[in-house]
Design a protein around this ligand. Structure first.
Ligand SMILES: [Zn+2]
Ligand SMILES: [Zn+2]
Length: 126
């Protein structure tokens, strides 16, 4: 029965990502998935998320000074950026990229990667 329970917990967490359509924190995942699996504990969410990250199924989204958010690897595979609402603390996907960032780095430096976290107020909070 252990395997079956694990599968239900895993599915509830993966569905939480699909339903939200934006990166989620552990607390947000727990709040969403525990609507489906009432007995779901926060520690289980941590354990499942750690496993999914090890397996490359999800990627972390770093918000400076805040707990990490997570997104599905299939979403992370498409280059995009993020917006953090400083009022509701939700993180949203921002499609596209300003590009041409190599002009920002000092001469002689080689730019290989960038992350952009915009912040402000989301539509609901503005
Ligand atoms: Zn907001
Ligand atoms: Zn970019």
């Amino acid at each position: 029965m252990q395997d079956r329970r694990n599968t239900i917990q895993l599915e509830a967490i993966l569905n939480a990502f699909k339903n939200a359509g934006r990166p989620l924190s552990i607390d947000e995942l727990h709040a969403s998935a525990s609507k489906v699996v009432e007995t779901l504990g926060l520690r289980t969410v941590y354990r499942v998320i750690r496993k999914l990250e090890e397996d490359g199924e999800i990627a972390s989204v770093v918000v400076p000074g805040q707990p990490d958010r997570y997104e599905l690897a299939s979403v992370a595979a498409t280059h995009h950026h993020h917006f953090h609402c400083t009022s509701c603390d939700r993180v949203y996907d921002v499609p596209g990229c300003p590009g041409r960032l190599s002009g920002l780095v000092p001469e002689g430096f080689v730019l290989n990667h960038h992350e952009i976290m915009l912040s402000g107020l989301c539509k609901t909070c503005a």
